[in-house]
Design a protein around this ligand. Structure first.
Ligand SMILES: *Cc1c(COP(=O)(O)O)cnc(C)c1O
Length: 373
């Protein structure tokens, strides 16, 4: 009987989201108690003590504010954007789904990057859209001319993360201006700034630049990465206008952001210092790791995030298993053309050392295998 039930093929045939391995699963698989979880771009320093203090006032018996007024007010002041253009999500992930539901009609086309963030493809496809992928250059830089070409077809949405997940670079000012000039009136630009806080000094603030343009846009940011609140699920969208923000609000469930997440995000915003200090430590470690990985002979594109994308020169699942056996979880990349890459999150210095030691052993193993064959 169950076999005769007709499913929505847009959803039933979706590729799985490539989530990082959970720490408990890694412990039981390896028998190791001490695991360095470097697959999901979390903050290795945890979160601000102000967050933990704020959570003490949580009342789990009451519904949370469905409009997230406190958090939207705080963001509105911080970003100098009207509160009615801000939509809070159960992670910025939920805002990727909401923007698709709000904008996409049957048989729409969506443009996304490759390599790129899985949900920029999964959510449009769940809504019945056709996906067109724009590649980066061979040395994994942004190819703005290729983006402009794809935009000539007037897709409904163009998704891009800058700084890029999984690669790492961010669009420079001139590249962003060129991209904005290429966005047709019919297209919504979704500019995913999940790694905004880790970017270089000279990299523009996407929201500031887009605010001066006449295009339709949504900027996405999150408390999961720099602010260390991944487990609570809270992120937000800033829309170019109130009408779009209202449609995105209608496209989500009413109590999408729980009470703990709202309290925590307000407290986290109030401790910018803690965030900046942890970002500075991560950036310093990122540069140390990139130097050592390059010295080992692996290709690592420039990164303005809290992770590195590394061509390990073998099937990424082999590298994943090797690193796991040394107590390190990374994310093996699976996208077509990039299956020899792993993505590693910058962790605590001791975790990064463990990763670098295990990577050195992998290099030795690979060169022995080459000599033998
Ligand atoms: C991590 C990430 C997100 C989602 O983060 P949330 O935890 O859902 O806020 C969105 N986009 C990119 C590119 C990411 O890397």
């Amino acid at each position: 009987m169950a076999q005769t039930l007709r499913l929505n093929p847009n959803v039933a045939e979706l590729p799985p989201y490539n989530a990082g391995m959970n720490i408990a699963v890694a412990r039981s698989k390896t028998g190791l108690a001490d695991i360095a979880a470097l697959a999901s771009n979390e903050n290795p320093y945890g979160c601000s003590p102000k967050v933990t203090a704020a959570l003490a006032s949580l009342d789990p018996s009451r519904y949370a504010d469905p409009t997230c007024v406190g958090l939207r007010d705080a963001l509105s002041r911080r970003l100098s954007v009207a509160g009615n253009r801000i939509v809070i999500g159960n992670g910025s992930e939920e805002m990727i789904a909401a923007v698709c539901r709000a904008v996409l009609r049957p048989f729409a086309t969506v443009v996304a990057m490759t390599p790129g963030f899985g949900l920029h493809e999964i959510e449009p496809r769940a809504n019945g859209a056709k996906i067109v992928k724009v590649p980066m250059t061979n040395d994994l830089r942004f190819d703005v001319e290729a983006m402009a070409m794809a935009l000539q077809k007037k897709p409904s949405i163009f998704f891009i993360s800058s700084p890029s997940n999984p690669v790492g670079p961010a669009l420079e000012q001139s590249q962003l201006s060129r991209l904005i000039a290429a966005v047709p009136r019919e297209t919504l630009l979704v500019f995913d700034e999940a790694y905004f806080e880790f970017r270089d000094e000279n990299t523009p603030d996407g929201l500031e630049i887009l605010a001066e343009s006449a295009i339709s846009y949504v900027v996405l940011r999150t408390f999961s990465k720099a602010y260390g609140l991944a487990g609570l699920r809270v992120g937000y969208a800033v829309a170019s206008d109130e009408r779009l923000a209202r449609a995105m609000s209608s496209a989500k469930t009413p109590f999408n952001v729980n009470a703990a997440a709202q309290l925590a995000a307000v407290a986290a915003l109030d401790d910018e210092n803690w965030m900046r200090n942890s970002v500075a430590s991560v950036v310093k470690e990122r540069e140390r790791m990139a130097g050592e990985i390059t010295a080992l002979g692996f290709f690592v594109p420039e990164s303005q995030t809290n992770f590195l994308f590394i061509d390990v020169g073998c099937d990424s699942s082999i590298a994943f298993e090797h690193l796991l056996s040394h107590g390190v979880i990374v994310k093996p990349w699976k996208e077509q053309g990039f299956a020899s890459f792993i993505r590693v999150t910058v962790g605590l210095p001791t975790e990064n050392d463990r990763f670098l030691d295990a990577l050195r052993l992998l290099k030795d193993k690979l060169s022995e295998a080459k000599v033998a064959s």
